[in-house]
Write a protein that binds this ligand. Structure first.
Ligand code: 9MR
Length: 384
């Protein structure tokens, strides 16, 4: 059985399994033999001012990612000026709680100030000068946390939807080999750190194909690359479990480690329509686009739970290559999806509600882990 049919078989077995799982554990316990399980945190979440939230984080997760505090804009806002305070707190917090720490992110087109690409007079930098600026930034940030931050999203979102390289200032000024340099600089700064390429939408075929070609080019150039971060931002009906399986398999076939790095499931309508200036019409459109301001209806709650169960069934099936699954936030209230692509909506994309209580999706994920253990004992699956 190849991986894909093994995956399908596992899903069927999971569906028919009558075992009533007793998910009496936490996420980190349930997945301890399979992969790390984590969350992205913002500064207010590692401030340790809310003890209940702290218990939630430390009992459920064993890996943390810096959601924002290590991005170029906050950590290096002006030439020669680094603001390390928040990132230092993140690392100290993670160490106190014995977490595998992921730094996010070194080279990205977004959240990077425009001065980075300009000289003192505002003219575009040349290739050599920008490479030097990239080297200095990576050496400073990675070097500061050497041996303490265990993995880095070195390059984030370098691809267009069609799989071609994004026309970012990095690429325009340095050339296509900017990624190669970023990885080499990170490796120089911490030879023991894991180094990842991280992107969204890799489950779509064209982008996945482009990513595969890009990663193969990096491998051919002997770039120090540990693995790929499949961000995993999804909705109730995208991507299909099969597409997720194919994506993991594509990168595993290159000999790379695979991580799900920014998992969440948007439950709100995605398309905005043209709305006239008429107040009543705008109100109606607003209601359509923000349908659950006071709570998620049970039917949608159940759909979300099934969705998470089917995704985790795939991750478990590929546990030999999946090292980590990280949620992009802890509770629904933390999520960026309350403000994107439309500001001020009420979204429900994670496993814990706004009060920090586990949702049916949380139980479904634990049950998937428990059933998977049962299936494995009773029916050996030919997972390579
Ligand atoms: O969740 C992050 C949000 O708080 C920031 O405003 C935004 C811009 O920096 O970035 C969000 O995180 C993104 C991540 O860094 C890269 N992948 C997509 C994530 C969601 O936009």
């Amino acid at each position: 059985m190849n991986r894909t049919s093994a995956c399908t078989a596992a899903l069927v077995l999971l569906a028919v399994s009558a075992a009533s799982a007793d998910p009496g554990s936490t996420l980190r316990e349930a997945f301890q033999d399979h992969f790390l399980i984590g969350a992205a945190l913002n500064a207010s979440q590692f401030a340790e001012t809310a003890p209940a939230r702290q218990d939630l984080i430390t009992s459920q997760f064993n890996t943390l990612t810096a959601e924002n505090v290590m991005k170029w804009q906050p950590i290096h806002p002006r030439p020669g000026q680094y603001h390390f305070a928040a990132a230092d707190r993140f690392v100290a917090y993670g160490e106190r709680h014995d977490m595998f720490l992921v730094g996010h992110t070194l080279v990205w087109h977004s959240q990077t100030p425009s001065w980075v690409f300009q000289d003192d007079s505002g003219n575009p930098l040349d290739r050599a000068a920008l490479l030097e600026r990239m080297r200095e930034h990576i050496h400073t940030v990675v070097g500061r946390y050497r041996g303490r931050v265990h993995g880095w999203d070195v390059v984030n979102e370098a691809l267009n939807e069609d799989g071609s390289l994004r026309d970012s200032p990095w690429r325009r000024i340095i050339g296509d080999d900017y990624l190669e340099h970023a990885f080499r600089f990170a490796h120089e700064a911490d030879p023991d750190a894991e180094l990842y390429y991280n992107d969204y939408g890799l489950e779509s075929e064209a982008k996945r194909r482009g990513a595969r070609a890009l990663l193969q080019r990096l491998q051919a150039a002997e770039v120090p690359l540990t693995g790929v971060g499949i961000q995993g931002h999804g909705s109730l009906d995208w991507p299909s479990p099969q597409a997720v399986a194919d994506t993991i398999e594509t990168f595993a076939d290159l000999g790379l480690r695979v991580m799900i790095t920014e998992l969440d499931i948007c439950v709100l309508p995605s398309r905005s329509r043209r709305v006239s200036a008429d107040i009543a019409q705008r109100q109606q459109a607003g209601d359509r686009l923000n349908p659950y301001p006071d709570g998620l209806p049970d039917a949608v709650q159940r759909r979300l739970a099934r969705r998470y169960a089917e995704l985790f069934a795939v991750y478990l099936q590929y546990r030999d290559v999946v090292d980590r699954v990280t949620f992009w936030g802890v509770t629904d209230g933390d999520s960026w999806l309350n403000n994107f692509p439309i500001r001020g909506r009420t979204n429900y994309p994670l496993l814990f509600d706004r009060a920090g209580q586990p949702k049916p999706a949380y139980q479904a994920v634990l049950e998937t882990a428990a059933r998977f253990a049962n299936v494995e004992e009773d029916t050996p699956l030919s997972v390579p």
